[in-house]
Ligand binder design. Structure first.
Ligand code: PGA
Length: 256
């Protein structure tokens, strides 16, 4: 049985005081749903303060990226080493980082290894563009991203990794993948690739989220799918009622 995990990616939204206030209000709203793992990913600026605010709440905190070097002359970067003790999770390979900051599979791989080395759990995002989707290249592209991300990572580490399928055309567009299609990619491509790399029992234990225009209206459909273990949420994670509702739905449908 895979514990569902809902992560809110706040992206470049909410400054320091707004983040802390939001976390303060969110904690009691999410408190009843202990069968679901709940994570919020604020900006680096607010990470430590939000982590402080959420202490004792059983809500996890994640960073939105992490550099692979522990320290050094890397202006603007934050290392996995620095996040240790503050965050428990880190999103790696988000399509916005891939698109706007020239993220590559090779860098994603190095970041995952660094995150694991410092005890962080990577949430590894993969997904195809609209053009690739329409050209029928989703399976080969996504499988290639999974293999590239996990190159050299052993089976024992897979229990600390969460995968997220985020079709790029569905992120922030209001146009979500259908739950059947998402389940098909998650089960038939991502989990199948994990099975090929690590064997079936490891693949069955890895949690794989769907992300891309998840909202209270469509959450139940996604959570009804057998291979979808939660959601990576952008827009709807910025609203208290919406995010609480997503967690509630996950708890109802997947919380055991
Ligand atoms: P969205 O973003 O929910 O706003 O589509 C998802 C994400 O980028 O993780």
């Amino acid at each position: 049985m895979r514990t569902p995990i809902i992560a809110g990616n706040w992206k470049m939204n909410k400054g320091l005081s707004e983040s802390v206030a939001f976390a303060h209000d969110l904690a009691p709203r999410l408190a009843p749903f202990t069968t679901v793992e709940r994570v919020v990913c604020p900006t680096f600026l607010a990470l430590a303060a939000v982590a402080d605010e959420l202490k004792g709440s059983n809500i996890g905190v994640g960073a939105q990226d992490a550099h692979w070097e522990a320290q050094g002359a890397y202006t603007s970067e934050v290392s996995a080493a620095m996040l240790k003790g503050i965050a428990q999770y880190v999103i790696i390979g988000h399509s916005e980082v891939r698109a706007y900051l020239n993220e590559t599979d090779e860098r994603v791989n190095k970041k995952i290894k660094a995150a694991l080395a410092y005890g962080l759990k990577p949430i590894v995002a993969v997904g195809e563009t609209l053009e690739q989707n329409e050209a029928g290249q989703t399976a080969s592209w996504v499988s290639g991203q999974v293999r590239g991300a996990l190159d050299g990572i052993d089976a024992a580490n897979m229990q600390n990794i969460v995968m997220a399928y985020e079709p790029i055309w569905a992120i922030g567009t209001g146009r979500n993948a259908s739950s059947e299609v998402a389940n098909h990619v998650i089960g038939g491509t991502i989990r199948a690739t994990l099975a090929d790399l690590y064997g079936d029992s490891v693949a069955q234990a890895v949690r794989i989220q769907y992300g891309g225009s998840v909202k209270p209206d469509n959450m139940a459909e996604f959570m009804a799918q057998p291979d979808i273990d939660g959601a990576l949420v952008g827009g709807a994670a910025l609203k208290l009622d919406d995010f609480a509702k997503l967690v509630e739905i996950a708890a109802q449908q997947k919380g055991g």
